[in-house]
Ligand binder design. Structure first.
Ligand code: ARG
Length: 464
């Protein structure tokens, strides 16, 4: 036994020449996949437990391996573990260290498995726990939105279509729209759990194994629901990666939309909100500036997460079955997307805790652009026996008249109105009141104050 036996590559008997230095560098993924160490050790512990239960290895060897693996976990946690690029990835780094710690018995650990099933097992476990982390972050964010919404039920602002004033709404209603989006994001992440709950461990390289393993046991022990069905599919399947990246992308998309919204509202032209000094930056030349950089950062980062989704789709697109080195990039892509999203949710949360609506400006903008015109048309249908199309025409003439006179709808006199629609009575004037307009939108999901209160109440029960 040479002294340096455990330093050599596992395949050194077969592959005689040392890899070129260049290949060693590109072949190594340890800097990226060392993040999987906990999952890798957990899976190996369960794997050797199963091997010993099935009498494939002895209890003595299993105990030795388990002890060694726990020591390795400690070393990594204490930052004392010697990660080596030449051992390529986290799986081989751990196995090599196990040889150093317990000697030749470490060689029993890799019975009835391959790195191909090992890596996906680790990665699925990691993605599952990261899904839960994102969910927790989204809960925090939703809670913040609910808090701001609760304080702004009666804050009136214009609702826009085409960024033109459309109809008056409550700011709370506007914000609750984002609660719906983030709720859907949570569901989207959870939809992936079904695939994430299928255990890859035991499919080995691609065809399964001749050892009498118990995949149901390892599934249970590792928190999976059941073993995967087809060994070839298992080692080449990265659908769960694509689904995760897609869920990240859509969530980023929502973050980007609300960021853009807030950037517009914060612009000098709109001036609907004021961002606290905590979440703006200055200019190096213009002393007066307060720029919404964090929001722009969020909008920009979305590009990266979309890119990650497309990178993965493209990697998979032309790949025959089963395992190829191409797949190794999946982890770098997912880690990047996860880190970015996790960070972006925190940043958005911080911004939402640090802005103020400019309520009087919101109200005055809402009173421009004839935003109660639809209310008038509805009123003509309800109380003057008109079809909606006819009412629409009458209202359009009234809007034209107000525009010509350069006044708002509520500044028209009853006489002005009667010139166009002679049957109108005094009560029509209430129609132009913004609060009345909002409160009339009582249909389920509409912006009436009461609806909003109920909706906030419903969500508050979920997000305590
Ligand atoms: N580090 C590799 C990856 O992440 C593990 C699987 C290696 N399998 C192989 N046949 N080279 O994909």
């Amino acid at each position: 036994m040479t002294k340096n036996k455990y330093n050599q590559a596992i395949w050194s008997k077969r592959i005689k020449k040392k890899s070129s230095l260049l290949f060693q560098q590109i072949g190594s993924s340890i800097d990226v996949d060392k993040r999987l160490f906990k999952e890798d050790i957990a899976a190996s512990l369960v794997h050797v437990e199963m091997l010993s239960r099935q009498k494939i290895i002895t209890t003595k060897i299993r105990n030795k391996i388990s002890k060694g693996l726990k020591k390795i976990e400690k070393e990594i946690l204490q930052k004392k573990f010697p990660f080596k690029k030449k051992y390529e990835d986290i799986h081989m780094n751990i196995e090599k260290r196990l040889f150093q710690l317990i000697g030749d018995d470490a060689g029993f650990m890799h019975t009835a498995r391959s790195r191909n099933d090992q890596v996906i097992t680790d990665f699925k476990l990691w993605t599952k726990s990261s899904t839960k982390k994102i969910d927790k972050k989204l809960n925090e964010l939703i809670n913040t939105i609910l808090k701001v919404a609760k304080n702004n039920i009666k804050t009136i602002m214009p609702g826009f279509t085409h960024l033109k004033n459309a109809q008056p709404v409550s700011l709370a209603h506007y914000l609750l729209a984002y609660v719906e989006m983030f709720e859907r994001d949570k569901k989207r992440f959870f939809n992936n759990l079904e695939s994430l709950n299928e255990n890859p461990l035991g499919v080995a390289a691609l065809s399964g194994t001749s050892f009498n393993i118990d995949r149901v046991f390892t599934s249970k022990k590792l928190g999976f629901k059941k073993p995967t069905n087809n060994s070839i599919d298992t080692v080449s399947d990265r659908d769960f990666v694509v689904d995760f990246l897609y869920a990240v992308s859509v969530c980023s998309l929502h973050i980007s939309r609300i960021s853009e919204e807030l950037i517009i509202w914060n612009s000098d032209g709109f001036n609907l909100i004021t961002l606290s000094d905590k979440v703006v930056t200055g200019s190096s030349i213009m002393p007066q500036k307060k720029n919404p950089d964090p929001l722009e950062y969020l909008r920009g980062k979305t590009g990266g997460t979309f890119g990650n989704l497309f990178s993965m789709l493209t990697i998979l697109k032309g790949l025959p079955l089963s395992y190829f080195k191409d797949l190794q990039d999946d982890k770098e892509i997912v880690f990047r997307s996860f880190d970015t999203l996790h960070n972006c949710i925190s940043i958005l949360n911080e911004v939402l805790n640090n802005f103020k609506p400019n309520k009087s400006r919101m109200l005055s903008l809402a009173s421009k652009g004839f935003v109660t015109a639809t209310d008038l048309a509805d009123y003509l249908v309800k109380y003057h026996n008109k079809s909606f199309r006819e009412a629409y025409q009458v209202t359009a003439s009234i809007v034209n008249d107000a525009e010509k006179k350069k006044i708002k709808l509520n500044q028209l006199s009853l006489k002005d109105l009667q010139k166009i629609e002679p049957n109108l009575k005094n009560d029509v004037l209430n129609i132009f009141d913004l609060k009345n307009s909002i409160n009339s939108k009582k249909s389920f999901g509409g912006t009436s104050f009461n609806n909003i209160k109920k909706m906030i109440g419903k969500y508050k029960k979920i997000y305590k």
